[in-house]
Design a protein. Structure first.
Lengths: 103, 323, 323, 323, 103, 103
């Protein structure tokens, strides 16, 4: 199976900011993303859990984005503008993807 | 009066909230799934909006409706200034966080409103159905006021067009107003069709919802021990009666019924813990959610639920010369 | 008649759907958690199946039951051919997508069925309890018909043994048939035991469920603007009355009651939006879900809900000389 | 008697469980979302606790309450020894897994308790409201007993302070005891306020919950075919009557009412499938969950539901000379 | 802590196809997998979200599979047969695993 | 965008053990983690799914932890102590993170 080199960007971001992030990365030319729910977590701003919460204020989501290497910088810059003033983390790793024409 | 207070404190609703608090403090793993909590809040909004609308359909609307809406708007936009000044005077919380807190106290908590409705129902006091619309109109103006306060202190907030749309058409406002309209349009017939869904089990669902709020409030209090100083806590206990007093003044000016007076007092006294926190995360990300959530959900909400609402009801009854 | 139409349009059920649509178009963040939506659909299936079964227990079964099941099977397997031909004639949609759409229109939407039940209840019209079983039998044959259409045009579908099992024992069929049997076995006694769960709050749950469907349909329409041309939309509005006419013919042939006639018309007129889309994703992955979901959920469902069902009821009453 | 047995087997509750089992064996994709299942279990615990408390408020407490609590504690701590010995005698299951199973059979299944309540309600038999408290007290001691058994055989269990807290304040105990207290405090008035939530729809919710349990049990049985030998299955069918006999003895000693006797028998006969499995995963991670879950949920629960409870009720009525 | 080299395969696939995928990778000799829920996403076939959905038609899941390097090709081929005609993405990256005897 | 080298640790663990794991990694000096829900999975102990489950006994979660390279060993040792006797898997891969001061 031939795999094509790509980058996997994983962003943990507040649910209230998620649509702003996906809008921004779309504008940065990214062709797709996947949003995962988060049960809870901890960081500099303390521990939290989603249980019993009604408000979007207290939740986070994970946005996963597979991109060609040459696009990762544009993506990260766009993402950074959104997360900059917010809590959350961004990580990137190398990966291989099938069906490279999709990215 | 003491009897009434005890009756309120020992109602299933309040005890369910207390149970949630207790479970959180005992570090029990009791928890209500997020989806179920959201489902219950949708149910409560739909039911309260519908019943308000059906009430309007039955009793008709008078000009006071417009007056009440204007009063709500003014209260929501005005109270943040009082809250801001009071919080700054009582505590060392900085201006940004104080503004964020102020937004919550101008806005409203719909569960406090529901609890007040339930109390006046128990005491057999009638109220204007359109108070639901007043509740809806009070959600957003406080946010504008608070952001203006922030800009005045030279700080920036992240406000884009999206934010205003999110605030104005946020789920709870749309559901409350929408079901109010449905209730008003379908009237008594509509209410009859679905009353065994929205009226009969209402108190019970409210119990479970308050159980959940107790759990969330209790866990929040446990996580954020030490975040609030004595001054901030004092603010959380003083601001509700101040808000209620403003609400009372407005209600007297408008000539609302005793029930309507209680509800406007409760709205003015209450602090948002759903819509405003979400807006603050977007607009003022540097403000600390522990401060405003703990104050609103951990201090002011329990105060209103246990002491505030019965107090407002007693005052309103005294002032209106009612039962 | 106009009165009845207005009464239907202004019922809590329809207005709740409209509220959902409106919220979606306003881009409100109002949403019902997936788990709650699924929970409500399970409730509705269980309740409608049980009530149907209890009806059969009370009124007994006659030979018409078998006739009605056969009619359902024939309608479900036959309508896809009409739908396919009509869609190809009216639009430029290719044969694969047309076949996928056809599968939806041969199959049924259980909420449309529930809404029809609720309308005839309101009008005080009785119906055969076993129509629930007819609904269940109509879910699957349309898929077979559509896949046959696909193979005839020389294209391949992904059909494995697993797919047929999934279609035949899919959750809604099993729950509908299962609760129908439970209702039939436990009869009036059983219904009494749980009627304050499955009868009393039914209309209210249906409101919230339609609110959710409005939200989903509205968001779907917004996302897939431009996917459907005028011809396809015309298909979505013409096919239901055509299906209903076939259903009417079958009902007359069988001598069903007025209520049963309305229900069979509604079943034939309705388009699946749960079971068939899932099957199409497996069997015809290249078919575009935006086309079939938008047609079924965004065009045909609202048409049936607002205009279709009352129309079918009026026609059935006229034909049967009833009320 | 046969009539009663048939009436029980053909009740909506049991048939719903059977439907779940059937759907699982047919490999249908029917499933109830986790959040909804949890929501229903919270509802059932809250309702049963509240009603028990309200019963105590109405009928008063006598010294027997303390006796019943002690009996519950002794049964819960003692039955694991019988279960352990019996399982080791009947099967080749090793001592670690046998101890884990034993913990389940000393502890209780609240749904079995609820089903027993519902059966005696149907037969018009009264019971002591405080049996709910007895149910709560029986959850944990069995775990201690089983861990002692493990340590005696020289094996180690992972018990930290956290585990004991988790066991003692686990969600179901806190909710059961909490709502029991709320019911006892608010009494008849409180019950009236929320009875259309916790009484009227109770049976219906129980049906859907048992549907879910049938699904989970059926899938578990399918996944773990071959895990249990004939001896283990025999244990799962023999242990409930043995437990029930111990419960009967305790009830006679205490002079409980016929209803209370049935409930204590059902508690002793039942095996935990929520709290204890979670504790075992932490304390005895090497024990195989397939064994204890399949026995408890797949063998003993269905046995109690279909045959056990009606049998215990008949025996209790005979012994107490009642109806 | 000694870590053993392995591959982490992440497949975003339609919920309706998930059991076919896991059956296929089992047959390919994989010893385990983990399925995560997905809230929403976007790709060539547009944006979607799970909110309020009842049907399995409109949802996706993420299947994560840790495998020894020598098995990854068999796995990818098996996976590809399932996803080929479907929407979704497949990515692979290097990783280290504890308790290698499990894979 | 400057990225700083880090490690991404992903632990699939029984829900009943999750709080013990996060307590342990906190003690190991980790500054944050994110917990994701899991729908189902398979491994040496068989297949399972969360659907319709009420008990915490039968569920798993994924704990994701981004750490500086120098801390990963302490983290893994702490994690291992918790998962050792339990089912579940641990994997680690290299990644880059934004805002390194946070880790
Ligand atoms: N080191 C980390 N590894 C994984 N997730 C993290 C980490 N730090 C923070 N997070 C996630 O990001 C959220 C916000 O982090 P923070 O901005 O540090 O408060 C936390 O609640 C976690 O969900
Ligand atoms: N570049 C990407 N990165 C992450 N997830 C993606 C990407 N492209 C597609 N997806 C996921 O795969 C699903 C189907 O993609 P597609 O086949 O492109 O429509 C989307 O809804 C996303 O959840
Ligand atoms: N090779 C694997 N890849 C991904 N997840 C796995 C793997 N093996 C096990 N798991 C996960 O870990 C859980 C327990 O695995 P086990 O200890 O092998 O029974 C499984 O239910 C999966 O969720
Ligand atoms: Na206020
Ligand atoms: Na049809
Ligand atoms: Na027992």
């Amino acid at each position: 199976m031939e795999m094509h080199p790509a980058k996997r960007v994983e962003i943990v971001i507040e649910a209230a900011m998620a649509s702003r992030l996906t809008d921004a990365i779309f504008e940065a030319g990214v062709t797709g993303y996947t949003v995962l729910p988060v049960l809870g977590g901890a960081g500099r701003s303390g521990r939290w859990t989603r249980e019993g919460q009604v408000s979007r204020a207290a939740g986070m989501v994970v946005v996963i984005c597979l991109v060609r290497e040459e696009r990762v910088d544009t993506l990260l810059e766009a993402a950074f503008k959104v997360v900059e003033r917010h809590i959350g983390v961004v990580s990137v790793n190398d990966c291989g993807v099938m069906r490279a024409e999709r990215f | 009066m003491l009897d009434l207070a005890a009756a309120n404190l020992l109602s299933p609703i309040i005890l369910s909230f207390a149970l949630g608090l207790a479970a959180a403090f005992l570090r029990s793993d009791l928890s209500i799934p997020e989806a179920v909590a959201k489902g219950m809040s949708i149910y409560l909004l739909f039911a309260i909006g519908f019943k308000g609308g059906a009430g309007v359909a039955e009793h008709g609307v008078d000009l006071r409706l417009i007056g009440a809406l204007v009063a709500g708007l003014v209260l929501s936009a005005g109270l943040p200034f009082i809250a801001y000044a009071l919080l700054r005077a009582l505590s060392k919380i900085d201006s940004l966080n104080a503004a964020a807190v102020a937004a919550h106290y101008g806005s409203i908590s719909i569960v406090t409103f529901v609890a007040a409705t339930s109390l006046i129902d128990t005491r057999g006091i009638d109220s204007e159905g359109y108070m639901v619309a007043v509740a809806a109109i009070m959600e957003a103006p406080a946010i504008v006021a608070a952001l203006w306060l922030v800009s005045r202190t030279g700080q920036t907030s992240n406000t884009d067009a999206g934010l205003w749309r999110e605030i104005l058409v946020n789920g709870s406002i749309v559901l409350l107003v929408g079901s109010f309209i449905i209730g008003a349009v379908t009237g008594k017939d509509g209410l009859e069709q679905i009353s065994s869904f929205i009226v009969a089990p209402f108190q019970g669902v409210l119990c479970l919802f308050l159980l959940d709020m107790g759990l969330v409030a209790g866990r929040g209090l446990r996580e954020s021990r030490g975040v609030l100083g004595g001054g901030a806590v004092a603010f959380g206990l003083l601001m509700p009666p101040i808000g209620a007093t403003c609400g009372l003044a407005a209600a007297l000016l408008l000539g609302l019924s005793t029930g309507g007076t209680v509800l406007l007092m409760a709205l003015a006294a209450s602090a948002s813990y759903i819509a405003v926190p979400a807006a603050m995360r977007v607009a003022l990300p540097e403000a600390n959610p522990s401060i405003y959530l703990t104050l609103s959900l951990g201090v002011t909400f329990p105060f209103n639920l246990t002491i505030g609402i019965p107090l407002y009801a007693t005052v309103a009854q005294a002032v209106n010369g009612g039962g």
